[in-house]
Design a protein around this ligand. Structure first.
Ligand SMILES: Cc1cc2nc3c(=O)[nH]c(=O)nc-3n(C[C@H](O)[C@H](O)[C@H](O)COP(=O)(O)OP(=O)(O)OC[C@H]3O[C@@H](n4cnc5c(N)ncnc54)[C@H](O)[C@@H]3O)c2cc1C
Length: 293
C-alpha cells in the first residue's frame, strides 16, 4: 500500500483548511486496513481516520499521524434483502442511491449529511429526528489487534456521540431498512433537501454544525443568531449569514481563524445565555478550545 507524505488536510476536509498529514494511506480492503493499523502500532504513530472530512478541523501546522482514508472494497455498498451493507468509506449519497434502487427506505434522513458510513457511526450523525442509532444494526470495527462486530449499545451511540476511540476504525456498517417505493423515497429526499437549502449554507465550504445543540428550547444556531453573530468574521472565517451554527471559509480562512471565531461565539453565548456551548466539530492535530470562557 502506498504511503503519501505531507498531503494537506485542506484537501481532505470540506472546510478546506489545515496543514500537512505526516502520512496518508488509502486501504482498499480489510487486509490492507489491518496492515496499516499494525504498521502504525509498531511505529507508535497515532491513527486518524478521515471520511469526507465533513465534520473535521485540522491544525494549520498539520497532524503528526497516520491518516487513513477508506477506499475500494472498503467503500462498497450492497443490499441483502432489507439490510444495506456499506464499507466504512462509503458515502451517504451512494448508500442512499443503492437503498432507493433496491426499494429500501429509512435512510432518507441522511440525504443532506455529506459524510461516510464510518463518519456517521463515529458521530452518530442525524437529522430530522433520526440518527445512525435508528438504522444501524452493527459495525465491523478494526484495530491493530483485529476486528470485532459491535452493536449500537456497545458503540455507546447518543446525541452526536459514540464511544469509538482513536485507532478504532469502522470498516463496515450494516443498516436495517424497510421496503419502500423508490418514488416515495425520491419525493421525501427532494422535500428534505429543499428544506435544507432554505435554511443552511449548502453551497459553501463549512464543516457542518460547529456546536452541539444545548439542552432546552434554543438551539446553538438560534442562540448565536440572537447574539448578533451572523456574518461576524475573523480573518477568512465567517459565521454563516444563513445559519449561525455554521462557519464558512469565506476568504482563504485558516483553522486558527475558525478556532478564534469559535472562542468568540462561545464567549458571547455564555455572556448572553449562561450556556457553555460544546463543540460538535472534531479537532485534529492538537487544536484546542480554551476550557474557560
Ligand atoms: C453542509 C454540511 C451539512 C451537515 N449536516 C449534518 C447533519 O444534518 N447532521 C449531522 O449529524 N452532521 C452533519 N454534518 C457533519 C458531517 O457531515 C457528519 O458528522 C458526518 O457524519 C461526518 O462524516 P465524515 O465521513 O465526513 O467524517 P469526518 O468528518 O471525516 O470525520 C468525523 C469523525 O469521524 C471519524 N471517522 C470518519 N470515518 C471513520 C471510520 N471509518 N471509522 C472510525 N472513525 C471514523 C473521524 O476520525 C472523526 O473523528 C454536516 C456537514 C456539512 C459540511
Amino acid at each position: 500500500m502506498k504511503i503519501e507524505k505531507d498531503v494537506p488536510l485542506a484537501r481532505l476536509t470540506t472546510i478546506g483548511t489545515g496543514g500537512p498529514a505526516r502520512a496518508l494511506a488509502r486501504p482498499r480492503s480489510l487486509g490492507e486496513l489491518e496492515e496499516a493499523l499494525r504498521f502504525a502500532a509498531v511505529d507508535g504513530l497515532e491513527v486518524v481516520v478521515v471520511g469526507l472530512g465533513s465534520n473535521l478541523l485540522g491544525a494549520d501546522g498539520g497532524v503528526d499521524a497516520l491518516v487513513l482514508r477508506l477506499e475500494g472494497g472498503l467503500a462498497d455498498v450492497e443490499t441483502q434483502e432489507e439490510l444495506l451493507v456499506a464499507g466504512g468509506g462509503a458515502t451517504n449519497a451512494v448508500c442512499l442511491h443503492r437503498a432507493r434502487a433496491a426499494g429500501l427506505g429509512g435512510f432518507e434522513f441522511a440525504c443532506a449529511i455529506p459524510g461516510t458510513a464510518g463518519g456517521g457511526v463515529k458521530m452518530n450523525a442525524g437529522a430530522y429526528e433520526r440518527d445512525w442509532s435508528d438504522v444501524l444494526v452493527r459495525a465491523l470495527v478494526a484495530t491493530a489487534d483485529g476486528t470485532d462486530w459491535l452493536g449500537p449499545r456497545e458503540l455507546e451511540l447518543s446525541y452526536r456521540h459514540s464511544g469509538l476511540r482513536p485507532g478504532q476504525v469502522v470498516a463496515r456498517a450494516e443498516y436495517s431498512l424497510e421496503a419502500r417505493h423508490p418514488a416515495e423515497i425520491r419525493a421525501t429526499v427532494a422535500e428534505l433537501v429543499a428544506r435544507r437549502k432554505a435554511t443552511q449554507p449548502t453551497n459553501k465550504r463549512t464543516f457542518g454544525s460547529v456546536f452541539k445543540n444545548p439542552p432546552g428550547d434554543v438551539g446553538a444556531g438560534r442562540m448565536l443568531e440572537l447574539c448578533g453573530l451572523k456574518g461576524h468574521q475573523v480573518g477568512g472565517a465567517m459565521i454563516s449569514p444563513k445559519h449561525a451554527n455554521f462557519i464558512e471559509n469565506a476568504d482563504a480562512a485558516t483553522s486558527a481563524d475558525c478556532v478564534a471565531l469559535m472562542v468568540e461565539a462561545r464567549r458571547r453565548a455564555y455572556e448572553e445565555f449562561g450556556v457553555e456551548l460544546e463543540r460538535e466539530v472534531v479537532f485534529i492535530g492538537g487544536l484546542e478550545l480554551p476550557s474557560g470562557m
